[in-house]
Design a protein around this ligand. Structure first.
Ligand SMILES: [Zn+2]
Length: 63
């Protein structure tokens, strides 16, 4: 696994379209442009892992 392939992705949908919301008393919060996730948790994933999360998310949406 090459470290340069690691990106921060949304734990819900696997998108890398994450924005840092203004940190208040809760600390850092990230918002996902794709699924509107808002939370402190993000996933550091390589391309394969990001794809697995995206596919899981797609399956859940279709179910
Ligand atoms: Zn998302």
């Amino acid at each position: 696994m090459k470290p340069e392939n690691i990106r921060e992705v949304c734990p819900v949908c696997g998108s890398s379209e994450l924005y840092l919301e203004a940190g208040g008393y809760t600390g850092k919060l990230y918002r996902c442009k794709n699924c509107d996730y808002l939370g402190a948790l993000i996933v550091e994933a390589d391309e394969e892992m990001a794809r697995a999360i995206r596919e899981d998310y797609k399956k859940e949406k279709e179910a």
